[in-house]
Ligand binder design. Structure first.
Ligand code: 13P
Ligand code: SF4
Length: 325
């Protein structure tokens, strides 16, 4: 019989969830496992995780963990990156189907043809891509270090940037470099409605509009701040403003509100009306407390990356980690 001690934990609604919560904590200790979670995860998953962060911080954490098992509460490419960094550790994910539209928008065969057409180009890939794409890359980046990574490449060297064309266009603006872009997008950040955002801003004229660089150029044009998920959280914390319209996946609001309990945070509206009137990543939301419990209990589904891909993919990831110290 599982003893539920966490009935009062915020976001736990049923006795079953409270039991699962306790059981996860127990299993985690028994198995020397660490739970890493992205800011887009459900609040209860962020709450139980040992560490919550953006893509860069999560890969840095994965590179430094002493745990024997890494439970990755995020999407597939994140868990895959953790496995490439830690080939001898067991890396598990609550739902193997938790993919990413950006990663899917860049199939390895087509990307290899594109790369071969431009043999003089250095290939920078956004971390939101498969291990196969990383294996074809010179250096990886995330949204928090992309500008630095682009600037680290000598000015005379032409660059391919993949798979996110919106982040790519933003980097062209920021760095003045002429990047050759792959035509990929994140369906979540593509979904924001400029008209609804302007209407919302008219109703809340004091609110500052902040956005993730995966958003469309027309959205980024009206943003007072553009940054990664951790960049956005830090900005809201450090700003003297007290009201914000936030254009990224709505899961970020949980951590953001904890950091700034007295500020008003309004999720940016998406084109289509959905349950939250905001933008949610269906892939990120595939992970649940129950699946987290089952994956830790069964040590499955496990992430596996074939050796020949892993050994190539680690090189551009290590380059990024070195440059981000
Ligand atoms: P960051 O957390 O690196 O800003 O990335 C956002 C994202 O879309 C992750 O999939
Ligand atoms: Fe991929 Fe977009 Fe979901 Fe991030 S929010 S995991 S980029 S689909």
């Amino acid at each position: 019989m599982i003893k539920a001690t966490n009935k009062n934990i915020e976001y736990i609604e049923t006795v079953e969830e409270a039991e699962l919560y306790d059981e996860i904590l127990k299993l985690k200790k028994e198995k020397n496992a660490v739970i890493l979670a992205h800011f887009y995860q459900e609040p209860v998953i962020q709450k139980i995780a040992d560490f919550v962060g953006d893509s860069l911080a999560l890969s840095q954490k994965a590179a430094n963990t002493e745990a024997e098992i890494i439970v990755f509460a995020g999407v597939h490419f994140m868990a895959e990156t953790a496995k490439i960094i830690n080939p001898t550790k067991k890396v598990i994910i609550p739902d193997l189907e938790a993919g990413c539209s950006l990663a899917e928008s860049c199939p390895p065969d087509a990307f290899k043809i594109f790369k071969d057409q431009h043999p003089d180009h250095t290939v920078i890939t956004y971390i939101n891509c498969s291990a196969e794409i990383k294996a074809l890359s010179d250096i990886v980046c995330t949204s928090s270090n992309a500008e630095k990574i682009v600037n680290s490449i000598p000015k005379e060297t032409p660059i391919i940037f993949a798979p996110d064309k919106n982040l790519g266009k933003y980097l062209i603006d920021k760095t003045g470099r002429d990047l050759l872009l792959w035509d990929g997008v994140c369906i979540v950040h593509e979904a924001f409605s400029i008209d609804k955002i302007i209407a919302l801003h008219n109703k809340n004229p004091e609110a500052k509009f902040i956005a993730h660089p995966e958003s469309n150029p027309e959205i980024l044009k009206i943003a007072s701040y553009i940054g990664s998920t951790s960049g956005m959280i830090n900005h809201v914390k450090e700003s003297s403003d007290t009201e914000f319209i936030v254009a990224t996946e709505a899961g970020i609001l949980y951590r953001m509100q904890q950091e700034v309990p007295n500020k008003t945070l309004i999720p940016a509206p998406a084109k289509e009306d959905n349950t939250c009137a905001c933008s949610e990543c269906a892939f990120m939301k595939m992970n649940t407390l129950k699946k987290l419990y089952l994956c830790l209990k069964n040590e499955s589904p496990e992430i596996d990356v074939p050796k020949e891909i892993r050994e190539k993919a680690i090189i551009p990831i290590q380059r990024m980690l070195e440059l981000s110290k």
